[in-house]
Design a protein around this ligand. Structure first.
Ligand code: PGA
Length: 260
């Protein structure tokens, strides 16, 4: 099937457009980013919102190398709108450089920097206030899953955002379900495990607002690669992916995008 026909077909059957994001974490270099931008085919609408999250210092360069079909953002922002916060980057500054998205609450920041649910919610609110689209990451550890607490952990993380921004605020961005035990480990959640959590998250949102629940994109992250992406994307409530390791090479990231 021609790419264009396939795109139309995808859009007809799905209410939510796929969102596929590349989280480069603290990897790469300016040369790597350039090489990626040169070899990743950005000449057509890929049928998904495709977003690159380079390290913040490369935002401007990467923004200059992307076409209208690829968006850019950074992996974290400061919670304050501006002020005496050495080392922090304000949401408005990301916007200034042409960024349109930001990741907040990635588990590596929650763990390494001790970010609380409340701080993550404040970052989400600042992003929305600046006109950025935040992706809030939620997910449980293996111990929490084994103790039967996975959904409680995830719902508390989300409720902190809803408490501060309202469920319509949540709609300005997206949710990434990233079980900690699947990140960078090669241990992807099975499509069923991920699909169940995504459905449970959507169900939680239904309790706040039926329309928002249907519109918010819930993407999956944790060892997504070209081999497992198709099965994950086939799950009704999985609206895309936040891709770490497999997003560092244009060819494997393109293969994940093609799996939609
Ligand atoms: P991974 O990372 O794909 O390397 O597991 C995903 C993420 O942390 O966003």
């Amino acid at each position: 099937m021609a790419r264009r026909d396939r795109q139309v077909e995808i859009e007809e059957v799905r209410m939510r457009r796929f969102l596929i994001a590349a989280n480069w974490k603290m990897y790469g270099s300016l040369a790597m980013a350039h090489e990626f931008a040169e070899s990743f085919d950005q000449s057509v609408d890929l049928g998904a919102d495709v977003v690159l999250f380079p390290p913040a210092v490369y935002l401007s360069a990467v923004q200059g190398w992307t076409s209208e079909f690829v968006q850019v953002g950074i992996q974290d922002i400061g919670a304050a709108l501006q002020g005496a916060h050495t080392g922090e980057i304000a949401a408005s500054m990301v916007k200034d450089l042409g960024g349109s998205w930001v990741i907040v609450g990635h588990s590596e920041r929650r763990t390494d920097q001790g970010e609380s649910n409340e701080l993550v919610a404040r970052k989400f609110a600042s992003a929305v206030a600046a006109g950025l689209r935040p992706i809030v990451c939620v997910g449980e550890s293996l111990e929490q899953r084994n103790a039967g607490d996975a959904f409680a952990v995830v719902s508390n993380q989300l409720k902190a955002v809803i408490d501060l921004c309202g469920v319509t605020g949540l709609q300005q961005g997206a949710i990434a379900y990233e079980p900690l035990w699947a990140i960078g480990t090669g241990l992807t959640a099975t499509p069923d495990q991920a699909g169940q959590m995504h459905a449970a998250i959507r169900n939680l949102l239904v309790g706040f607002d039926q329309d928002v629940a249907q519109l918010v994109r819930i993407i999956y992250g944790g060892s997504v690669n070209p081999e497992n992406a198709g099965l994950l994307f086939a799950q009704e409530d999985i609206d895309g992916a936040l891709v770490g390791g497999a997003s560092l090479k244009a060819s494997s990231f393109a293969a994940v995008v093609a799996a939609i």
